[in-house]
Design a protein around this ligand. Structure first.
Ligand code: ADP
Ligand code: MG
Length: 338
């Protein structure tokens, strides 16, 4: 633990973060500084609450810069809020600070937290601070809200609905591969993959658009890889799905990367994970209107990747026309334990 951190102390540090914790003060009665926060529940809406923990060496590589870790911790929670179709509200952050951390490191972590929180109007209303004899551990809990009828669950998909994703797949996995394999690659292209891995963008506005459109039937965020995540929607909705390989949004950069390093872009796109875009099912009659709404209101496109079936299998139609079971190879914390 750096000298300055010992001097500032836990409570001194909490005082510092208190200063910039409120970016949306309406409804907040007590933020940081008491035994618990106090806030008004938004009237006419339901609250959603999610929590996500990042452990150094498990969810990010050891010695990753603290700014990126802080920002990502907020963004992965924002992505869960987005996946419910809700508007984010407040965050609670618990950190176990490794002995090697200086005051500067901890401030960098909170700069990252603050950047993402300000961008999406999220207050920091509390947390817990302790030391770690080992890795950095950061846990974020986040609340959000939306009208009850707008919330989108994993369980609402119906046969005939189309499957959509809101972003390119596999780039985050390639970014992780680039770092962990210590590969050298063209700077500007490498940057995009690294950003996808270290600085994912939560799709809050996209989630709200699906939620308010009245055309979406189920939604989740892509954290473990489409193959695994689609399995959750199908399982909860008691349906199956067909995904068309030729419809998958795979960027030229990912193709180039895979070609240069002998990887399979389809495998990475389907199983890579950490894309933090949204996977939604949309009623067939709403597809065109929704695609137009994305273009008009957000200046973005969404990608139709397949459709929902009554037959409970999840199948992949290859470019060759061959039909095969969608290989499930996403991230599973217990199974990946090595
Ligand atoms: P207690 O011992 O009652 O849990 P703490 O001394 O841990 O209280 O925390 C004091 C205040 O500072 C509380 O409002 C708590 O939520 C907040 N807090 C503590 N650590 C953090 C942190 N890392 N980030 C944000 N708020 C924090
Ligand atoms: Mg207390």
């Amino acid at each position: 633990m750096g000298e300055e951190l010992k001097e500032v102390g836990e409570f001194g540090f909490i005082e510092r973060i208190k200063g910039y914790s409120l970016v949306r003060p309406q409804g907040v009665i007590k933020g940081i500084g008491d035994d618990a926060s106090v806030f008004e529940a938004p009237s006419g809406k339901v609250m959603v609450l999610t929590t996500d923990m990042l452990v150094e060496g498990v969810h990010f590589l050891p010695q990753t810069d603290p700014f990126s870790v802080g920002k990502k911790a907020i963004c992965v929670n924002l992505s869960d809020i987005a996946a419910m179709g809700a508007e984010p509200m407040d965050a609670y952050i618990s950190v176990a600070v490794p002995k090697r951390f200086s005051l500067r490191d901890l401030e960098d972590l909170y700069r990252g937290i603050n950047e993402a929180a300000s961008l999406f109007s999220v207050n920091l209303l509390g947390g817990d601070t302790t030391v770690s004899p080992g890795p950095l551990v950061i846990n974020v809990s986040m609340t959000g809200s939306a009208p009850r009828e707008e919330i989108l669950y994993r369980s609402g998909a119906k046969p005939g609905d189309f499957l959509y994703v809101t972003g390119y797949l596999g780039e985050a996995r390639a970014g992780l591969d680039l770092l962990s394999q210590e590969r050298k690659w063209q700077e500007n292209k490498a940057r995009r993959l690294l950003d996808a891995h270290l600085r994912p963008t939560p799709h809050i506005r996209e989630g709200r658009l699906f939620a308010t459109s009245g055309f979406a039937s189920a939604m989740m965020d892509v954290s473990d890889g489409i193959a695994s995540d689609l399995g959750h929607i199908c399982g909860e909705s008691q349906v199956g799905a067909i995904v068309r390989e030729e419809w998958l949004p795979i960027s030229q950069i990912l193709y180039d990367y895979c070609k240069d390093f002998g990887l399979d872009p389809i495998e990475i796109a389907l199983g890579g994970g950490e894309d933090y875009c949204l996977l939604a099912t949309v009623r067939p009659y709403g597809c065109e209107t929704l695609e137009e709404a994305f273009a008009r209101q957000l200046g973005k496109r969404i990608w139709k990747i397949g459709w929902v079936t009554e037959d409970k299998r999840i199948l992949l139609v290859r470019k060759s026309g061959e039909v095969m079971p969608l290989p499930v190879s996403g991230w599973d914390s217990f199974r990946c334990w090595g």
